[in-house]
Design a protein around this ligand. Structure first.
Ligand code: SF4
Length: 356
């Protein structure tokens, strides 16, 4: 029988092999996902060896701007903005460029180094791409260090180039789940279209961000398959969402129950499968990890702060406190040092030296 010390050593050895360039197999990923709960700390420690090698103890914060909410013709079963969803959410058409810039300032003031401009819908119209491009130019002029991630849906020819020319750094389009599970969660567009949009962003020179949603009745094999697909599309950033079963969505009644331990294992496996990339513990962190949220920082190097698209997060101060208490540091962005009105950033001293 394997002892605790042997287990720690074997997982640490595996981490060392990954750091030497060995790629995990899907079978090994499945075995890591099945590590018993009472051996979770050993798995977290091993994942942290990889995370620390590439990212030290830095935590990158992302801030979401919901620039167009609801009214979507697509039928993604997890989404409160989908056609057919009866969820009670705010619905509004595209914000103006000025409104997006104003909201981006919240990102800066809360220590986020990336601001995500997100719109609902199948894909952006010409006007929507133009408005996001205008907002990006203005944001970049005011806060050159703030990275912009656009999440506008399926892109048509030329749209990725237009966004790149405006200064968009990153484009998010999640694969969400395994290819052989995709038709179970959406019928109005295909997995292939999602892959093509991630590739279009990459081809245009925009850093691809693509992740998944855990808890949509996928099998462990399908979850692992989705992680390997994210590796194959060469996503630079992988948001791992844990399904929030919003009342009124098609999946609300049948969502998999998720435990904090399972969520942490998923993050660890993601770190082993995609060792060098940004792994973000995303939506559902507060609900599913609960008091274990800080442990997510051992495999993941990124969090969202503040609210999600249609569900509330927790207070930014609480996020900052958790990060500091766990001994991690918020990624520094020098351009945050000054504000037009002289106000200080509320983030940690590690970020900008501002007062708490
Ligand atoms: S995930 Fe996006 S495309 Fe799907 S229903 Fe929601 S807003 Fe529409």
């Amino acid at each position: 029988m394997i002892t605790q010390i042997q287990l720690t050593e074997s997982l640490s050895d595996l981490a060392a092999q990954v750091l030497s360039g060995r790629q995990l197999t899907p079978q090994e990923a499945l075995e890591l996902l099945a590590v018993p709960d009472d051996q979770l700390l050993e798995l977290l420690n091993a994942a942290f060896l990889i995370r620390r090698h590439y990212y030290g103890k830095q935590v990158k914060l992302n801030y979401l701007v919901n620039a167009k909410s609801g009214l979507c013709p697509e039928d993604c079963k997890y989404c409160s903005q989908a056609k057919g969803a009866t969820s009670t959410i705010e619905k509004y058409s595209l914000l103006s460029s000025d409104e997006m810039v104003a909201r981006a300032e919240h990102a800066v003031r809360n220590g986020a180094s990336t601001c995500c401009l997100v719109i609902s819908g199948r894909g952006p119209s010409k006007r929507e791409v133009q408005t996001v491009a205008d907002a990006t130019r203005e944001i970049k002029q005011r806060w050159p260090g703030l990275k912009i991630c656009a999440c506008l849906g399926i892109l048509q020819d030329g749209q990725a180039d237009q966004l790149r020319a405006a200064g968009v750094d990153r484009y998010n389009h999640n694969l969400n789940t395994a290819e052989d599970h995709y038709q179970e969660i959406c019928s109005t567009h295909t997995y292939k279209q999602r892959v093509e949009t991630v590739q279009a962003a990459k081809t245009a020179g925009i850093s691809p961000c693509s992740g998944l949603i855990v808890g949509m009745q996928e099998t462990p094999t399908q979850l692992v398959s989705a992680l390997f697909a994210l590796r194959d599309v060469q996503a630079d950033s992988i948001p791992i969402n844990f399904l929030v079963p919003i009342v009124g969505t098609a999946l609300a009644a049948t969502a998999h129950p998720l435990t904090p331990q399972y969520c942490l294992k998923v993050l660890c496996v993601a770190r082993f499968v995609c060792p060098t990339v940004e792994i973000r513990c995303s939506a559902g962190r507060e609900k599913h990890l609960r008091t274990l949220q800080p442990l997510s920082l051992y495999p993941a190097n990124s969090w969202f702060v503040s609210d999600y698209l249609t569900t509330p997060g927790q207070a930014e101060e609480m996020d900052h406190q958790m990060i500091r208490d766990a001994g991690f540091e918020i990624e520094a962005i020098p351009e945050h040092l000054s504000f037009p009105d002289g106000a200080a950033c509320v983030s940690s001293t590690a970020c900008c030296g501002g007062s708490e």
